[in-house]
Every structure is written in structure tokens, then in C-alpha cells.
Design a protein around this ligand. Structure first.
Ligand code: BGC
Length: 569
């Protein structure tokens, strides 16, 4: 059952095209092709090579959490908000509270946490190929073992429950369910997630599932170019159907996609490692990806409704708050372009019915107009405005000006034609937008004071009828990966301050009328930060990568305390 036919046009990863002929004749221009029966194991061997496996390789049953680990740090570090600050830890600002029904959770994603990449029939994903072959990853790290969540999930769920967390937002690895992305289903993969979901429910944690968090089954990239082909829509839908039918009555919230801006931005994929099946120009590829993603998400949304699934279904969008770097009209226009090419790319079709005009000025020369039926299908196909809202940045016009950029496709900023930075101009002192995170996450600053304005902007611009969910927020503590003493790692002042001020900003926004429904902090524990590997840490828990032991950081206690203080139920 693990056999599929693969037409090889072909590249063996990393090599120039290897032509294998079993046909009588060929022309100079047409590549020679052959048809092979290929197994999942062959895919691993040809495209990925050897992978590491973990020393813990059976499911671990939780043991009691040592009580000393549950003692919060002294309150004096992070006093409550005014007016309670005079009495650390006792105060509560009585004018603030989260609305009834508000939930808070922690999040992770399959390739970043699971490990066990070849276990129980999982097929390789695009990210196995990226980390092993096609991308430069810090210290050559991979997700082969990651934080071994595949075997440690019971304990991890127990640990978050002990901190009062209400929801665990995780993603399913598509190639565990369909090792080739389409075709045969792997029951072992489904059974694994049966148990993850049931364990959440056992501990009173709401399971929230992201159907796709970037780990495309490699076979789909090889056979038709992944998200650059319309074929992906039906394959995604078939995969989503299996999940919805299996867990539709257990999952509390579904996210069809995580951050399409990011994974569509991976196109074009690096040369020489993947079979080339698209003739779409590089600059257009992200927008075709986005187009197919929207159609796949919308079809999935309506499929779920036809299956009588009532849990909310949303797309996780991404991007930071955008401030004009100067008061010039050009910088104001740059900010508008940035909203259009980031959040608006997906939020406008989902909440307003079509792409933003500033984006369409570029894409209309190649993307088809949505048909009226497609428009109706997509409009409303995200229950919440789900946003990964980490930070903020300044935006400005390109040095050459927006108009000059728009008429010059060779400009490196084309077609977006805006620029961004984290500093004010030198004439205004050159200050950073907020304290810097780890040097390996240059994009991230603690800019929590802009969050209320950010949430108002979302609410006023896209008017999501069911409100906003902050699906990710988090911080890297500078140089954490270099710390050698556990206590130094666990005392994480910047991350604690970030969460402290972020929750305050959410409370202020709620008090001002923003309809905020819930939030999920990134991340449940330190994990593989994509091409930054393990050199930066986003975890609320430290993970000793040698022993795979977890320890709560001070910031986790801070976050838990704030929710306990300001939640109503
Ligand atoms: C992604 C996560 C990532 C996090 C921090 C989000 O963009 O969804 O996978 O680890 O940000 O960079």
C-alpha cells in the first residue's frame, strides 16, 4: 500500500538532472523520463538521507511533576499593574478583565516539536528536505528529534495543565496521515493524534488543531510543485476531510493554515533540490500559492460546516503593527502598501470579499479574478481574525520613491515597493522601536505598547464579526542559547516583561471595546525555530536537549498568574 508511481523528470536531490530512459526515442528539448514504483523509504533515501533518532522512543507516561518545580519566582520581580504595584502580587486593576468565555493557551507545530520523523510510516516533508539539504540552518540542526514531543506529549500536556493553561494549539503533520500527501492513508499517524487529542481532553485542555503549518508532504512538491499548482487544492481538501471527520466532535478550534504569508513566501523553492514542475515566474509564485491556499481554506470551511462541525475555523494570519517612519505622505502610503501586501492579502478576501486594490494592481496581470461563486465561498471562511501578532516595525518608501519602484521590476523591493526598519531616523535619535530580542530574531522587538492600536486597526479595518484571536505571541530572550546554568535560563526577564506588558495591552484594548476572544502564547516549550535551529528560544519551558527534560521558566508563571487574576470564569 505504500507504493505510488513517481514520474521522474528528474533530479536526484542536489545533483544535476539525471535522465533515465526506458523509452525508445527523445527530443533534445524534452527531458527523458521513466516511471518507477517508489516507496516512502525510497523518498527518504533519495531526497533526505539518514536521519537521527531519539533515545526515548516509546510513549512516556507522565510521572508527578516535582512540587519544587511548581513554585513561582518571588513576586518582587514582576509586580502587578497599578494601582496594585505598591503591594506586589496582591493588586488587581479592578477596571480590567477579560470577557467571559475568553481562553488562553500555548502553541507549537509538528515539525518544530515532534521529532520521530521516520517513525510509524511518516513520509518526508518539504521541511525535512529544507533542513537536511536545501537550506542553511544554524548549526546544521534539523527536526529529526526536535523536542521529542511525539513520545513526550502526555507529559507535556500534563505540564501545561498544571499551570492552568486552557488550550493547546498544535499542528498535524500531513505526511504522517498521507505519507505521499495524497493516496494511501497511514492509520498509525491517525492513531497518534487520536491519543494526543484524547490526552488533552483527559486533562481538561481544549485541543486546537492547525491543519497545515508549513510541512508540505515532499512528494506533492516533487510531483507537481506543491502550492504553485491547483492540484494542491483537492489534495489538501482530502487530507482536511480525514481530520475533520475523525476529530470534528473533539477539537475546539480549527486553523486551516498557519501564516500563508510565510509559507507562500518560500516560493520559489531553492533551485536544484526539487523537481521543477512550474513555469510560473518566480515573482508570481507566492501569489499563486496564496490564491490556491484561499480556495483550499474556503472549501475546507464549507466542508466542515456540511459535516455539522460547529467549532470555529479560521486562518492564522501574520504580521506586526506598522508605523510610518516619518510623517511624510510617502511613508504613510508605504504603510498602506504594507498592510495590503501582508494582512490584507488574505484578510481582504476573507472579510471584505476581494484582494486589496493595491495588491491587485500587481496581481491582476496574472491571477484570475475570483468568480462570483469563489468570492462568496471565500468571504466569511474565517470565523475569527486569527493573528500571530508579535511585534511592530516602521515602514517607509523606498529610497528611489514608490512610483519609481513601481515602474522598475528590477528594483529589489518590487512589487511591494515599501521598506521597513526597526529604528527611527538618525534625525530623531535613531532609537529602536522597542527592546531587541535575540540577535538571531532580528525581526522581533518588544513593542507591546502598540498592541491596542494594532487590535483596533484590525477591528476597524476588517470588522471580523466574531472577533479577534491572537494565535501567537512570544519573545526570545537574548543569548539564551548560550546560557549554561539552568537558573540563568529559567529567569527570563525580557520574556517575562513582554508577557506582562502584552497582557496589560490586551486588557486595555478589551476595556476600549476590542472584541478579543482568546490568545495562545508561542511556545509550549523551546523548539526548532526553523532556519535558526535551536539557537533561539521561544519556549515558556526550557528543554534540556540532551535529556529532553522540561522546566518552567519564570515567564510561564507570570503569564499564568496574570490570566488567573484577570479572567472572569
Ligand atoms: C510561526 C512559528 C514560529 C514563530 C516564531 C510564527 O511565525 O508560526 O512557527 O516559530 O512565529 O518565529
Amino acid at each position: 500500500m505504500r507504493y505510488l508511481i513517481l514520474c521522474l523528470g528528474l533530479l536526484v536531490a542536489g545533483n544535476a538532472a539525471t535522465a533515465v530512459s526506458n523509452t525508445a526515442s527523445s527530443t533534445a528539448s524534452a527531458p527523458l523520463t521513466t516511471t518507477l514504483n517508489i516507496t516512502v523509504e525510497d523518498l527518504w533515501n533519495i531526497y533526505i538521507g539518514p536521519v537521527q533518532s531519539a533515545s526515548i522512543n516509546t510513549t512516556v507516561e507522565p510521572t508527578p511533576i516535582p512540587s519544587a518545580q511548581l513554585i513561582p519566582p518571588p513576586q518582587l520581580y514582576y509586580p502587578s499593574y497599578l494601582p496594585g504595584a505598591q503591594i506586589p502580587g496582591l493588586g488587581r486593576n479592578e477596571s480590567w478583565s477579560f470577557p467571559k468565555g475568553f481562553w488562553w493557551g500555548v502553541s507549537g507545530a509538528s515539525y518544530q516539536v515532534e521529532g520521530a520523523v521516520k517513525v510509524d510510516g511518516r513520509g518526508p516533508s518539504l521541511w525535512d528536505a529544507f533542513t537536511h539539504r536545501a537550506m542553511s540552518v544554524a548549526d546544521n540542526q534539523t527536526g529529526d528529534v526536535a523536542i521529542n514531543e511525539y513520545y513526550l506529549y502526555k507529559q507535556d500536556i500534563q505540564r501545561i495543565a498544571a499551570m492552568g493553561v486552557q488550550a493547546y494549539s498544535f499542528s498535524i503533520s500531513w505526511s504522517r496521515i498521507f505519507p505521499f500527501g495524497n493516496g494511501p492513508i497511514n492509520e498509525a499517524g491517525l492513531q497518534h493524534y487520536d491519543d494526543v487529542i484524547n490526552t488533552c481532553l483527559e486533562y481538561g485542555i481544549q485541543p486546537q488543531v492547525t491543519i497545515y503549518h508549513w510541512d508540505l508532504p515532499l512528494y506533492l512538491q516533487l510531483s507537481y510543485g506543491g502550492w504553485t499548482s491547483p492540484q494542491i487544492i483537492d489534495d489538501y481538501l482530502a487530507y482536511a476531510r480525514v481530520l475533520l471527520e475523525r476529530w470534528g466532535d473533539k477539537v475546539s478550534a480549527w486553523y486551516t493554515f498557519n501564516e500563508p504569508i510565510s509559507f507562500c513566501g518560500e516560493y520559489p523553492v531553492p533551485d536544484h533540490y526539487f523537481t521543477h514542475t512550474t513555469t510560473i515566474p518566480a515573482i508570481q509564485q507566492p501569489y499563486w500559492c496564496g490564491h490556491y491556499m484561499l480556495l483550499a481554506a474556503a472549501k475546507t470551511y464549507h466542508l466542515a460546516r456540511s459535516l455539522n462541525i460547529t467549532a470555529p475555523i479560521s486562518i492564522k494570519n501574520s504580521g506586526g503593527y506598522k508605523l510610518p517612519r516619518t510623517a511624510s505622505p510617502a511613508d504613510t502610503l508605504a504603510v498602506q502598501r504594507a498592510w495590503a501586501f501582508n494582512e490584507g492579502w488574505f484578510a481582504n478576501p476573507l472579510f471584505l470579499g476581494d484582494y486589496p486594490p493595491l495588491l491587485k494592481n500587481f496581481t491582476s496581470s496574472f491571477l484570475p479574478e475570483f468568480t462570483p461563486e469563489e468570492r462568496t465561498l471565500i468571504h466569511g471562511a474565517s470565523d475569527y481574525f486569527a493573528h500571530d501578532a508579535y511585534t511592530a516595525a516602521y515602514y517607509m518608501a523606498p529610497d528611489s520613491g514608490i512610483e519609481a519602484c513601481l515602474s522598475d521590476p528590477s528594483n529589489s523591493l518590487y512589487p511591494k515597493c515599501y521598506n521597513s526598519t526597526y529604528t527611527l531616523p538618525d534625525s530623531e535619535g535613531g532609537w529602536l522601536i522597542g527592546p531587541a530580542s535575540d540577535p538571531n530574531t532580528r525581526w522581533l522587538h518588544k513593542a507591546t505598547e502598540w498592541l491596542p492600536a494594532f487590535l483596533h486597526y484590525i477591528q476597524d479595518t476588517w470588522n471580523p464579526p466574531n472577533g479577534i484571536v491572537i494565535t501567537e505571541f512570544g519573545m526570545t530572550e537574548p543569548f539564551e542559547a548560550y546560557k549554561t546554568k539552568r537558573e540563568d535560563v529559567l529567569t527570563d526577564p525580557l520574556r517575562s516583561a513582554y508577557y506582562h506588558d502584552y497582557v496589560q495591552a490586551m486588557l486595555m484594548a478589551v476595556a476600549e471595546g476590542v472584541k478579543l476572544v482568546g490568545c495562545s502564547a508561542w511556545s509550549i516549550a523551546d523548539n526548532l525555530e526553523w532556519t535558526a535551529g535551536f539557537t533561539v528560544k521561544f519556549g515558556l519551558q526550557y528543554v534540556n536537549l540532551t535529556t529532553q527534560e522540561r522546566f518552567y521558566k519564570a515567564s510561564f508563571f507570570e503569564l499564568a498568574r496574570l490570566f488567573k487574576t484577570y479572567m472572569q470564569d
